[in-house]
Ligand binder design. Structure first.
Ligand code: NAG
Ligand code: NAG
Ligand code: NAG
Ligand code: NAG
Ligand code: NAG
Ligand code: NAG
Ligand code: NAG
Ligand code: NAG
Length: 473
């Protein structure tokens, strides 16, 4: 059944991407054939740049799997049959339940029923509770997540006439929790949504708990790639929606991760990147600066991701000037909450290097081109592990060249505030051992950086050489 979770690896499909070098002539004929091949989708950006000098990274359209063979024998819901509810609670990050049969929603009681209209059915009485959010381990945030009740029910016991019939499965999840933060919006929302639903090929209805209008508006292009149906605002829609099946909750594979070994179609973070490209490319194609001839003659582009308040680059203007002297076309981007995603996509999908101090906005590295671009994370004192685990690992998995610029004590505002001999500066590990509050208040919220231009120059020259080398082959 299509609904079944992405379990242990089963059948393999064609590889979704390839970043081996391809001869120029092959490339050119490939690009020509593109115009007649409707079923092939290329990351737009590379269509224009690779034909001249970039590595040929490209995205292909999803291959439709008609009979996905998921080998679920090792997962708790492997024997999922009609008219049953099955919950897999084995994952540390999230619970997920599956319902197959006549699924009916009842929003006033926060319930989803598996309904049976006949008396002689052997519908087993079942009841499950679930909070469909991917931070199960974090009690303080789970308190704020709405709970759903999943129950089997017979018609003599209740009358639940369908107000709206759907002939595709429903996917229930919460858009609450930390969703206002872009890192969490992707890490705990959009990526798990992709992992849980991409095999359904947009043939599902998203049923959203703690629906927020701004959230839907902000991510509408991405959500449209996941489902071709209008999402349902569960708590504000008391109509009874009927579905042939439902998935309640989301799978989670790790920080900004899509783990191919857990997916029967071998999808990875690179496929997620391609999905983002598809979501925004039509909007970006109209931008004149993306014109192929114009771009090929331009210097490499560096985007400096700028912050306000904390973890600020205090000498940002000088840093920007230095980068220009080295040979970059510099854009300073401040991706605030109000900035449209397509605007951010426009800047980052066309850049060669993105550089910024550790923070949620760096999540937008997901928009960068794998195989030919570079991400420099500036790491303030005391947050080396966070920097690596939030973005470093994920950026490398996506195929970006990743580098850390770890600041020296004298580049930190903490050095000037506490003095070089203070444990805060001399021994961040020891200081952090006092608790998360220290990390948060001192290192994350109480620290700015002033970059040493001499040191930074080496990093930027290296970056320029790297991106130029990717243009010459
Ligand atoms: C599914 O996995 C189990 C356990 O690893 C294995 O014994 C079985 O042969 C697999 N089935 C298929 C169809 O691959
Ligand atoms: C599952 O059960 C529902 C409702 O009881 C029924 O309409 C449907 O045909 C059944 N599907 C299968 C595959 O048995
Ligand atoms: C179901 O049960 C009710 C009462 O127990 C009875 O009135 C009704 O005729 C039954 N329907 C069927 C289809 O057996
Ligand atoms: C329906 O109601 C009867 C009597 O109250 C109860 O025994 C039975 O378990 C109920 N069935 C379901 C599916 O709720
Ligand atoms: C609830 O839904 C109605 C109708 O779709 C809509 O007009 C209204 O703004 C929604 N309310 C909230 C709080 O989202
Ligand atoms: C799965 O995809 C990865 C790249 O995402 C590739 O390196 C690997 O060879 C693929 N494995 C299989 C079995 O297709
Ligand atoms: C701080 O701790 C991390 C692991 O917890 C370790 O990798 C790192 O080397 C430590 N740093 C220092 C300066 O001891
Ligand atoms: C960091 O810089 C911002 C903006 O200039 C300033 O408001 C803030 O007070 C600075 N923080 C520290 C700890 O110096």
């Amino acid at each position: 059944m299509d609904l079944l979770p992405q379990g242990i690896k089963g059948s393999k499909t064609q590889m979704a991407y390839n970043h081996k070098k391809v001869r120029q002539s092959l490339l050119q004929s490939f690009f020509l054939s593109l115009f007649v091949a409707f079923n092939v989708f290329l990351c737009y950006q590379l269509l224009f740049t690779t034909s001249f000098f970039h590595l040929p990274f490209f995205c292909k359209q999803d291959i439709k799997i008609n009979n996905p063979k998921h080998n679920l024998s090792q997962t708790p819901c492997s024997s999922l049959t009609n008219n049953t509810i099955c919950c897999d609670r084995t994952n540390y990050h999230s619970d997920i339940c599956f319902m197959i049969g006549d699924v009916r929603t009842h929003s006033p009681s926060s319930s989803i029923f598996l309904y049976s209209s006949s008396n002689d059915t052997n519908l087993i009485p079942q009841e499950e509770k679930i909070k469909p959010y991917t931070r199960k381990w974090e009690g303080p945030i789970m308190v704020h997540i709405d709970e759903l009740h999943l129950r089997t029910i017979h018609s003599p016991n209740a009358s639940l006439p369908c107000d709206v019939h759907h002939n595709v499965p429903a996917l229930f999840f919460s858009a609450g929790g930390y969703t206002g933060n872009v890192f969490h919006a992707f890490n705990n929302g959009l990526l798990p949504l992709y992992i849980t639903s991409h095999h359904l090929q947009r043939q599902l209805v998203l049923v959203v708990l703690q629906y927020r209008h701004w959230w839907f508006t902000k991510y509408q292009e991405i959500l449209a790639q996941l489902s071709e149906y209008t999402p349902i605002d569960f708590s504000n829609d008391s109509r009874i929606h009927c579905f042939p099946s439902a998935i309640v909750g989301l799978h989670f594979h790790g920080t900004l991760a899509v783990n191919p070994t857990e997916l029967s179609d071998n999808k990875s973070i690179t496929d997620f990147h391609c999905m983002l490209d598809k979501a925004y490319k039509s909007k970006v194609e109209q931008i004149p600066s993306q014109n192929l001839k114009e771009r090929s003659s331009k210097p490499p582009k560096l985007v400096i991701v700028s912050r306000d308040g904390t973890r600020v680059i205090e000498n940002e203007a000088k840093v920007s000037h230095l980068a220009e002297e080295i040979g970059f076309d510099v854009e300073v981007l401040k991706p605030g909450n109000m900035m449209a995603m397509e605007r951010i996509y426009r800047s980052l999908s066309s850049c060669d290097v993105m550089m910024g101090v550790h923070g949620a906005a760096l999540t937008h590295f997901l928009f960068m081109r794998p195989g030919s671009s570079m991400f420099i994370q500036i790491v303030p004192l005391g947050i080396e592990q966070l920097a690596w685990s939030c973005f470093g690992e994920a950026a490398i998995r996506m195929g970006l060249r990743y580098e850390e610029y770890r600041i020296l004590p004298r580049e930190s505002s903490l050095y000037w505030m506490y003095g070089g001999d203070d444990p805060v500066v001399k021994d961040p590990n020891g200081t952090k051992a006092k608790g998360w509050e220290m990390t948060k208040e001192v290192y994350l919220e109480g620290q700015n950086v002033t970059l040493d231009l001499g040191r930074l120059k080496k990093t930027l020259v290296g970056a320029l050489q790297y991106v130029v080398s990717k243009r010459r082959y």
